[in-house]
Design a protein around this ligand. Structure first.
Ligand SMILES: NC(=O)c1ccc[n+]([C@@H]2O[C@H](COP(=O)([O-])OP(=O)(O)OC[C@H]3O[C@@H](n4cnc5c(N)ncnc54)[C@H](O)[C@@H]3O)[C@@H](O)[C@H]2O)c1
Length: 251
């Protein structure tokens, strides 16, 4: 049984909303009354998801590659043209990258992980914050990771990109504190999505063993936390890190 979080009349952009955690966030937001713009690099997936979700509420698909600033600007312009306003931004698009020792990590993979996980979120904030300032309203929710707090071994690129996303959240939260704009991030532990395909079964087992709850976090549990952070009730907290790691990190 879920409690109702009120996102009535809100318009939300969810990057990487085509599947996994992003899709679960779209579902929860729709159930809460929001209109959803799925920004995904995979246009067929985004369109299919939007169609499948239409029974729950208004969902629209846009092809956006978050690491490409021009693509983000085009996505913003198309979304504003179609929906008129953007109240909520969920920076969820992210990739795991290969597992490997830092000292011989492939240079190209390192740069790609940062381009998507960090530059992507920065690009979306840069493109949308002026619009939020103009309306004196916004909620930004960054999907970081427990890896960004703890630093998982053999995942330095992913962990460092998520740590940087946490710092981006703190900086931007402070910069925008004079407006009714909240910028927060959440730090999930392992969830069962296609992102885990980058990792071996043994690696996932090791990560799960660190979680006192002893299980994967459900996508719906992450979506519930994102929904609160995206709501007008999240009106004081900003620049904060909401932990959702089943007890792994208690800070
Ligand atoms: N799954 C986990 O265990 C876990 C844990 C903590 C944090 N996270 C974070 O949650 C977020 C979502 O992960 P997921 O597990 O749902 O992954 P996923 O692979 O299931 O889904 C990712 C979605 O993002 C889209 N995407 C990827 N790169 C993109 C880009 N450059 N531009 C636009 N869209 C892009 C994909 O097409 C896909 O729809 C990521 O930021 C991830 O780091 C995941």
């Amino acid at each position: 049984m879920t409690s109702r979080i009120d996102l009535e009349h809100r318009i939300a952009v969810v990057t990487g909303g085509g599947k996994g955690i992003g899709r679960a966030i779209c579902e929860r937001f729709l159930d809460s009354g929001a209109t959803i713009a799925i920004w995904d690099r995979d246009p067929a997936l985004a369109a299919r998801t939007a169609t499948e979700l239409k029974g729950r509420g208004p969902a629209f698909a846009f092809q956006v590659q978050v690491e490409d600033y021009g693509s983000v600007e085009r996505g913003r312009d198309a979304t504003l043209k179609a929906l008129g306003r953007i109240d909520i931004l969920v920076n969820n698009a992210g990739i795991g990258g290969p597992i490997g020792d830092t000292f011989d990590y492939p240079l190209e993979a390192w740069r790609r992980v940062f381009a998507v996980n960090l530059d992507g979120a920065f690009h979306c904030c840069r493109a949308l914050v002026p619009h939020m300032i103009a309306g004196n309203y916004g909620r930004i929710v960054n999907i970081a990771s427990i890896a960004g707090k703890e630093g998982n071994p053999r995942m330095a690129a992913y962990s460092a990109s998520k740590a940087a996303l946490i710092a981006l959240t703190k900086s931007l939260g402070k910069e925008l504190a004079g407006y009714d704009i909240a910028v927060n991030c959440i730090t999930p532990s392992s969830a069962k999505t296609d992102l885990l395909k980058d990792f071996t079964a043994d690696f996932v087992k090791t990560m799960l063993a660190k979680v006192p709850r002893g299980r994967f976090v459900a996508l719906e549990e992450i979506a519930a936390m994102a929904a609160f952070c995206a709501s007008s009730e999240c009106s004081f907290t900003t620049g904060a890190v909401f932990d959702i790691s089943g007890g792994r990190a208690t800070y």
